[in-house]
Design a protein around this ligand. Structure first.
Ligand code: LLP
Length: 420
């Protein structure tokens, strides 16, 4: 029987029902510790912001807090969750291309340390709002560096139409925004932010990003006498989903980023004092798995289907991004994998296929199918499609399980509905 964090998968399924998200807590802890240890520089201050969009819940944020990392939030809801665990607000960075006035007010009232401003209109709104506050808010400005990296390739694009950030080519607008901040006694403009993509395997993409950003910072200094002290390079570090994925080892990606930043700082005679990264997926993806119960099976002329009791509602990634996953039958770990199946979910949607063509032991109803690497953007992107309750989430460590998010009931599903 497969175990996760020392707990048998059949015990988990019986206790908490399926589908169920299960995290190996020690794996989460070691990832957080690795980031804290490896992203260090002798000459610059460094910071790791956990991108909570990948998986946000109180238990997870408590771990982030325990390991001393900072936090990237992107909505009032993620911010509220941070507040609920008393996260040190000076270590919270608030992102988003369309923050509402209410969200900005919430951030100001909570005392959020840094707001990452995404566009000119937000800069103006924040400038107006800051007049009535009595403390200083740090500000970073998100720019679009024209580098787009996804999976194995990266491209230097002329793509200036991203919904995120201000293009480096829109120099006048960028400088205007920075001047707005400089004239504001309540806003302290620290520097720039960029994020070039997700699930990136090629470290040259990060090197290209660093060179582009440092080059631009130098240009701002030389041309406009604008001096920055912080550079936030975003997230995007890859995770292993299947045996075809070979992410850059964490220590290597961290040291590559740090050493290139140190080198650029020195070579260009700049004085960037602080560098930040924002990993989400790479912190939580591999520590998470999903347990499903097998229901029916069916043979079509070309395929053998095995149906599970979840699917696109708890993992939209295969349908949305053609993402690939690996799986096992937890109660048949030693059986020969002699049958090729298409693993499909229970949603009323033809695209609800979790895995196409995977070799598994012969399946039977009641088997427990486990998909691996579902810890990032799984629960976070789950939906109620077909009015199925959201699964529960359990952390397992050294043979003990604790439920960190309860499974929804049918009552929860109609809880907010009125009889009007
Ligand atoms: N920082 C910023 C500004 C971001 O936009 C993101 C992700 C991150 C950090 C964290 O990136 P990570 O280290 O997790 O790659 N739903 C998609 C992923 C969307 C990522 C959006 N931004 C998926 O399931 O693959």
């Amino acid at each position: 029987m497969l175990e996760i964090g020392g707990v048998r998968v059949d015990t988990l399924a019986q206790t908490y029902k399926t589908p169920l998200f299960v995290y190996d807590e020690d794996q989460l802890r070691s990832r957080l510790q690795e980031y804290a240890t490896f992203f260090q520089s002798d000459t610059m201050e460094t910071g790791v912001l956990y991108a909570s969009k990948a998986f946000s819940c109180k238990a997870m944020l408590r771990l982030v807090k325990e390991y001393g990392l900072s936090l990237d939030v992107v909505s009032g809801g993620e911010l509220y969750t941070a507040k609920a665990v008393d996260f040190d607000m000076s270590k919270v960075y608030f992102h988003g291309n369309n923050k509402s006035k209410e969200e900005l007010e919430m951030a100001i009232n909570y005392g959020v340390g840094t707001i990452i401003v995404d566009n000119l209109m937000e800069a103006q709104m924040l400038h107006e709002m800051s007049q009535s506050i009595d403390h200083t808010i740090h500000v970073l400005l998100r720019v679009n560096p024209g580098i787009d990296a996804h999976t194995h390739k990266y491209i230097v694009t002329g793509h200036v139409d991203s919904k995120f950030g201000i293009s480096l080519l829109q120099e006048k607008e960028l400088v205007d925004v920075i001047r707005t901040f400089d004239q504001d006694e309540h806003l302290s403009f620290d520097g720039l932010h960029a994020h070039i993509g997700s699930q990136i395997f090629d470290k040259n993409a990060f090197i290209a990003e660093i060179e582009k950003m440092f080059g631009f910072i130098k240009h701002l200094e030389d041309t406009y006498d604008i001096h920055l002290n912080t550079l936030d390079l975003g997230g995007g570090f890859a995770a292993t989903y299947t045996s075809e994925d070979h992410p850059i080892p964490l220590q290597e990606v961290c040291s590559t980023i740090v050493s290139h930043c140190e080198k650029q700082n020195q070579e260009l005679g700049l004085s960037i004092q602080k560098i930040l990264i924002e990993p989400g997926r790479s912190v939580v993806a591999e520590a998470g798995s999903t347990i499903y119960t097998v229901g029916f099976m069916k043979q079509t002329p070309n395929k053998k289907y095995v149906f599970v009791d979840g699917g696109m509602a708890d993992n939209i990634r295969p349908a949305l991004y053609q993402a690939k996953y690996n799986a096992d039958i937890a109660n048949k770990m030693d059986a020969p994998k002699d049958t090729v199946y298409t693993v499909a979910g229970k949603a009323c949607e033809s695209g609800d296929i979790l895995i196409e063509g995977i070799a598994l032991p012969k399946c039977e109803p009641g088997d427990l199918l486990v998909t691996y690497t579902t810890g990032a953007y799984g629960y976070a992107m789950a939906s109620h499609y077909n009015k199925n309750p959201l699964p529960g989430v359990v952390f397992c460590r050294q043979g003990k399980a604790r439920e960190v998010i309860r499974r929804e009931s049918y009552e929860h599903l109609i809880d907010l509905e009125t009889d009007e």
